[in-house]
Design a protein around this ligand. Structure first.
Ligand SMILES: Cc1cc2nc3c(=O)[nH]c(=O)nc-3n(C[C@H](O)[C@H](O)[C@H](O)COP(=O)(O)OP(=O)(O)OC[C@H]3O[C@@H](n4cnc5c(N)ncnc54)[C@H](O)[C@@H]3O)c2cc1C
Length: 456
């Protein structure tokens, strides 16, 4: 540890986990006890669970991008950029700033919270032709893309083109995929009334998953209710099915069906940020293997949490890992801050324990299913719980006001179908949005830290 100056705490990632950690450190540590630095490519914390509502236009993108600089009390130094490697031996994090400069940031304590990226498989055409639902840019892009399909189908004289533009495929029957399909189907259903030349019967949404059930965490009865709601709304659900190949105008399912479509949305799970692999440390399914205190055994001052870490789920036991949810990430954020402070002050760290509070699934309008504390809810009560939960979890009053105003506006005035066109000229898919090729190998990190090679 640096004994001349204050200890340096470096937090990587401003998501649920990173921001909660930083705020707690700011509150509990006096300014002369430690310097806190946050590395983040964006100046906001993204409230991911409401992303499908941005894609469907119920919420504006700004309302779920919660500012990191709202309060004058914040004193953390923010480095605008992404960590591209960590050298545990010399305690240096390599950062690529938003102006593409490579800087070495030394630390005494590092808290790794870079979250996850969309999990893909070796399916021909997938990364070239699928959209993800993991970033604000993707949600805004998908909205424009879906509305442009209606505009183009409306203008086309070719029945084959029309049919392909009006079919939409969502892969992934977890909450992210199910909410995305449900919210976007609602959008196209409402929009088609403004396109008198389009036959509403041609609009078809497909939701597919390789698993035998949608959202198995909901249990059989509630899971069937969710399926029932979606089927009633005309969404075709295919279980035990995945994608065999994806092309620009057609997607082939593993059951042999070829669906003419220009819209493939891929939400089939997440994997830890590629930053974790640069450490060369032990991982569990790609997530950094940490102790229940969220520190890296054998490496002083290294902590990891949220989607990027395999944190033992002590409440569940049986060697289970905490699932990658916001519910865990934000609680782990607070807890890891306490453990960093304990370690700094030479006190004992505490293991993380949290019993899952349940799941809320907003299917748009008054359709929802929720299971708070094991109680099964459907329809309006479920919707009230879902929205109430998300609303109260938003960190700032400005974000709360924006979200509430958007919900009220949408309830009164309905959807609108504006295609902004900002991003529509160039096709941008999964591979373009998540910067997965920005990271260094462990050897490149070492070379960068030793100053012998600068990465291109
Ligand atoms: C569509 C959708 C719906 C969801 N719905 C729910 C829900 O209803 N309930 C629930 O509990 N969970 C939900 N989740 C999951 C939840 O959002 C995640 O589990 C949670 O965001 C994880 O928190 P985190 O802090 O680990 O990562 P994130 O919140 O993803 O934050 C990671 C941060 O790190 C930044 N970052 C990434 N790489 C780097 C780098 N190299 N250097 C610096 N910064 C970096 C990112 O920009 C981001 O700001 C949903 C997820 C999605 C995608």
């Amino acid at each position: 540890m640096n004994t001349v100056t204050r200890p340096r705490i470096l937090v990587v990632g401003a998501g649920f986990a990173g921001v909660e950690c930083v705020r707690r450190l700011e509150r509990k540590l006096s300014p002369d006890e430690a310097d806190v630095t946050l590395v983040t490519p964006f100046a906001y914390q993204l409230y991911l669970p409401l992303l499908p509502q941005v894609a469907s236009g119920v919420l504006t993108p700004q309302s779920i991008a919660v500012s990191l600089r709202r309060s004058k009390k914040y004193r953390t130094r923010i480095i605008p950029g992404g960590a591209i490697g960590v050298d545990l031996k010399s305690k240096v994090c390599v950062i690529r700033t938003i102006t593409d400069e490579i800087v070495n940031e030394p630390y005494d304590y590092i808290v790794l919270a870079p979250g996850s990226i969309t999990r893909t498989f070796d399916i021909p055409g997938l990364t070239d032709h699928a959209f993800g639902m993991k970033t604000l840019a993707e949600a805004a892009y998908i909205r424009d893309h879906v509305i442009s399909q209606l505009d183009l189908a409306d203008a086309s004289q070719d029945p084959v083109e029309r049919a392909s533009r009006l079919q939409f495929v969502v892969v992934g029957g977890g909450y992210a995929g199910t909410e995305t399909a449900a919210c976007l189907q609602r959008l196209t259903h409402a929009a088609v009334k403004r396109y008198p030349r389009l036959d509403p019967g041609l609009i078809k949404w497909h939701l597919i998953d390789i698993a035998p059930k949608l959202m198995p965490e909901l249990g059989d009865k509630l899971g069937s209710s969710a399926q029932e709601i979606l089927r009633r709304r005309g969404i075709e659900i295919s279980l035990g099915t995945s994608i065999a190949k994806a092309g620009p105008e057609e997607v082939t399912f593993t059951d042999g069906r070829a669906i003419p479509t220009r819209t493939l949305i891929w939400t089939a799970g997440v994997v830890a940020s590629p930053l974790i692999a640069t450490l060369g440390a032990e991982t569990v399914k790609g997530r950094l293997a940490v102790a229940p205190e969220m520190n890296l055994p054998g490496d002083d001052g290294v902590f990891a949490l949220g989607d990027s870490a395999a944190v033992p789920d002590l409440a569940k036991g049986d060697g289970a890992m905490c699932p990658p949810t916001a519910q865990h990430a934000l609680r782990q954020g607070k807890h890891v801050a306490d453990n960093v402070i304990a370690s700094l002050r030479g006190q004992a760290m505490k293991p993380y324990v949290h019993k899952d509070l349940g799941l809320v699934v907003d299917l748009g309008g008054t359709d929802a299913v929720s299971k708070p504390l094991g109680i099964e809810l459907r329809g309006l009560p479920a919707q009230a719980v879902a929205r109430g939960y998300h609303w109260s979890a938003l960190r700032t009053n400005v974000a709360k006001t924006r979200v509430m105003t958007n919900w009220l506006l949408n309830a009164v005035a309905g959807d609108d179908f504006v295609r902004t066109g900002f991003q529509a000229r160039k096709a941008a898919r999964l591979k373009d949005f998540e910067y997965t090729d920005a990271y260094l190998t462990p050897e490149q990190v070492r070379a960068q830290v030793e100053g012998s090679v600068r990465p291109e």
